[in-house]
Design a protein around this ligand. Sequence first.
Ligand code: PRP
Length: 221
Amino acid sequence: MRYLTFALTKGRLALKTLNLLETAGVTCEEMKDDKESRKLIFVNEEEKLRFFLAKGPDVPIYVEYGAADIGIVGKDTIMENGRRLYEVLDLGLGACKMCICGPESAKEYLNHNQLIRVATKYPKIAKDYFYNQKNQTIELIKLNGSIELAPIVGLAEVIVDIVETGETLKDNGLKVLEEICPLSARMVVNPVSMKMENERITKLIQSLKQRISNIARNVDI
Ligand code: PRP
């Protein structure tokens, strides 16, 4: 049996993902026990599974090239990177929304088709939404983080960003002006792996689906 390799997203999602995978019988004790380690790849020899942690935007790249068979990554990253992958499952973890945000006063800019500046870490998503859904021409400004700063210091009229609890917006006097789409962690699979390891991967998807539906119904954790 060959190794099945998982690329997981570093950060907030990692532990939640490992816990969910564990409920479906996919375990990696080595990774859970060794949180301080700088090791990059962890193995479950018995089950022939390998796991590594990567930066979110890199996960779809590893999966597209087949360096990982399976990836767990946010829907935002999938939408922004648009790679050739099968998106097979919504894990329901890390639920949040992609939104247009800004001060209340900026709401009018969204209704009158004005040329406005939009700051974001997600230029593709922002462009798709403004051009194709709203038919509004915008000037896009790509930033790399702390996007909420942009409308406060006058860099842009509005931002396109992720809103989870809404705390960052609230603490900076900003609001959700429009919701673009809901987001959460998704399982993606390399198309060749899906063919070659169909039985193992399909079994895993079914088992995770069952767990997720039990969690949603509060039957299981
Ligand atoms: C994300 C997002 C918002 C914040 C929203 O930023 O870009 O800034 O979280 O979360 P909240 O609604 O719970 O306040 P992240 O912490 O990933 O860092 P970044 O600003 O560097 O992108």
